[in-house]
Design a protein around this ligand. Structure first.
Ligand SMILES: Cc1cc2nc3c(=O)[nH]c(=O)nc-3n(C[C@H](O)[C@H](O)[C@H](O)COP(=O)(O)OP(=O)(O)OC[C@H]3O[C@@H](n4cnc5c(N)ncnc54)[C@H](O)[C@@H]3O)c2cc1C
Length: 498
């Protein structure tokens, strides 16, 4: 079969490589001048920054990808455990460091920071999250999600629902178990891993905390962009053809079937199947027109879903200070976390006192000067559209206020600062065609969010959707799984290796 892939994000590339290995002829058209979409490491001067993902969880997804397409990941893309996985700091001056891959050590840390009661409550919520993961991973994550009816038909449906408690939000769930507000803040934050509001996102998102703890928090040596480079190289090795600077203008259909794409320069490329790694809202509202009846529901779902959060980031080139070495991931929680969710989800405004994430990898492969290091600072933000991020004066003031807030927490920045680059949601939109600069496509707000997300198999025959705005959602592990799901949905050529 000849397969065209629109977009060289991680979802598009993993699907392309697996299908090519499975005997198909696969061609990828990428609008920008580079592969990897949001997952990239950028050099600014002598320092490198992970400007998209800076944390790899559930690495088994990529281990499996590399294993199935050739040499194993350990030989081509070494990853390193990040310990502590997170250094959480609160405005009252307290802090707790979560240990990578060890519940016991994390519970010890919680005991010494917040007391034994808090540790036992965290253990309880993790045990429940483990049960939720056990019953949800296959039907909700590792399979195509077809319809609520297909789940109801499962023999274990009632038992599973009791465990998952879809009627409960993450916040309600955490409120019931965690009595210390600081632990509730930590749990709330996992909603933001899918760009969501913990007051609307389902309780099952607590599984993200469990997965991070059990399967670990990882760094890719040299930056997460090396994962992109290695996946790209693997795709080339198994025969995928890439065309950069080649935006697809539309998807061609004949009757109710996708039959190829039309590039922006007018070139028509015929195909037996089309895989769209572009955002689902662009696929259904821009790339494919007509098909009113077939696409009515998909378009309605996209229109009704809450968009995920976007991000405002600072790339700080810093002189090293041996007295002040930050952990790989530091989280500075604000006093009032709800004010952040209100600003983004209710008011569409930048957050005055946001949660500040600082990624400060101690990775010599990310600096060409032993005296310099790069800090990637990220705060959640409304999308470009909810708020006008094209105002440079505002961005610069906002960046300064974030630096002030970091310094107010006892971390010196300005006296070590060598370079500052600002990235707004509109920059991300321009770079990778992410509508409004949303990080994860649509959010998981609401019990039905998973069902409203675009399906991997479109109602248009021969058209498939892969990547963060399609099932099972955003983040590197899930987009890798979407690559698997689309591969399985299309299938392999007879006698091909896969
Ligand atoms: C700031 C930030 C921080 C993040 N942090 C993490 C993290 O720590 N851990 C984690 O796991 N995930 C994180 N993520 C999310 C993760 O990066 C994404 O979920 C994932 O990389 C998305 O992959 P994708 O397959 O959806 O493709 P995308 O990255 O969305 O790429 C889609 C590609 O399609 C191309 N395209 C679009 N339209 C067309 C067209 N018409 N023609 C041709 N090409 C087109 C685009 O140019 C782009 O290259 C983060 C993202 C951001 C932005």
């Amino acid at each position: 079969m000849k397969i065209v892939v629109i977009g060289a994000g991680m979802g598009g590339m993993t699907a392309a490589a697996r299908l090519s290995r499975g005997g198909h002829e696969v061609v990828v058209f990428e609008a920008s001048d580079q592969v990897g979409g949001k997952c990239r490491t950028e050099w600014i001067g002598k320092v490198a920054f992970d400007t998209g993902p800076s944390l790899l969880t559930l690495p088994a997804v990529y281990r499996d990808f590399f294993q199935r397409t050739g040499k194993p990941m350990g030989l081509v893309c070494p990853i390193e455990s990040v310990n502590p996985s997170f250094d959480y700091r609160f405005t009252d001056g307290s802090n707790v460091k979560f240990s990578n891959l060890s519940r016991k050590e994390t519970l010890d840390a919680i005991t010494s920071s917040f007391g034994a009661e808090g540790a036992s409550q965290w253990d309880r919520i993790m045990k429940r999250a483990e049960r939720m993961w056990d019953v949800s991973r296959v039907p909700f994550v590792e399979s195509e999600l077809k319809s609520p009816l297909s789940l109801i038909k499962r023999i274990t449906f009632l038992r599973d629902m009791k465990i998952i408690a879809p009627w409960k939000t993450l916040r309600q769930h955490a409120d019931e178990i965690l009595k210390d507000e600081r632990l509730r803040y930590i749990m709330d934050r996992y909603a933001t891993y899918s760009g969501s509001d913990p007051r609307k996102a389902p309780a099952v998102l607590s599984t993200i905390a469990f997965v991070e703890e059990s399967f670990g928090a990882w760094h890719v040596k040299g930056g997460l962009g090396n994962l992109t480079t290695t996946v790209h190289q693997r795709a080339l090795d198994v025969g995928v053809t890439f065309h950069l600077n080649s935006p697809v203008a539309s998807i061609q259909t004949t009757g109710s079937k996708a039959t190829g794409v039309v590039l922006a320069d007018g070139t028509i490329v015929e195909a037996d199947a089309v895989i769209a790694n572009a955002d689902a809202s662009l696929v259904y509202n821009t790339l494919i027109t007509g098909h009113k009846r077939a696409l009515k529901k998909a378009r309605k779902n996209i229109a009704n879903a809450d968009v995920s959060v976007a991000g405002f980031s600072l790339l700080l080139g810093m002189r090293k200070d041996p007295q002040q070495v930050l952990n790989h991931h530091t989280i500075l929680f604000p006093e009032n976390y709800d004010a952040e969710f209100d600003a983004i989800f209710n008011d569409g405004l930048p957050v005055e006192k946001p949660t500040i994430y600082i990624c400060a990898p101690q990775d010599e492969a990310m600096s060409k000067d032993e005296n310099l290091e790069g800090w990637f600072v990220l705060v959640n933000a409304p999308t470009h559209g909810q708020f006008d991020w094209s105002n440079h004066e505002f961005s610069s003031k906002y960046a300064n206020s974030i630096i002030d807030q970091i310094e107010a927490r006892g971390i010196s920045v300005r006296d070590r600062l060598e370079s500052l680059t600002i990235r707004t949601p509109s920059d991300l939109e321009a770079a990778v065609r992410a509508p409004g600069g949303a990080i994860y496509g649509t959010s998981s707000n609401g019990a039905r969010a998973a069902f409203m997300r675009a399906k991997n198999r479109s109602p248009i025959k021969g058209l498939y959707l892969v990547g963060g705005s399609a099932h099972p959602g955003g983040g590197l592990p899930l987009v890798g799984i979407s690559g698997d799901l689309v591969t399985e949905a299309i299938g392999y050529e007879k006698n091909a290796r896969h």
